[in-house]
Unconditional design. Sequence first.
Length: 125
Amino acid sequence: MTAHLPTYQFGAAAAATAVTEALAQAASLAGYAPSIHNTQPWRWRLAGDTLDLRLERSRVLAVTDPDDRLATLSCGAALNHAVVASAASSVDAEATRDAGDLSTPSSQWPRRRFCTNAATRRRRR
């Protein structure tokens, strides 16, 4: 029989965990956003205090959306839901657009970066 003891975090570690959990919850709640034919053509990637949103081209319907316009609008709706969810969790965050390296395959961009303001301030310095 194995006993699982609770772990406790204090200070910066607890704050970082709370932010990561809030961003994960924001990504989960963004799944309720409307999307073209309910395809949910987005993919979230959580890394610390940054949440990346990418267009998942394998979920784009080539016949009804040949230029990815409606899929991009669907991603915008998901991003808006994530912003609202983070605000409801009292996490101060902002969304920025990062087109990435245009020499990479088109499946890698466009990307939206959604991160806490502390992470944004670190990158701007």
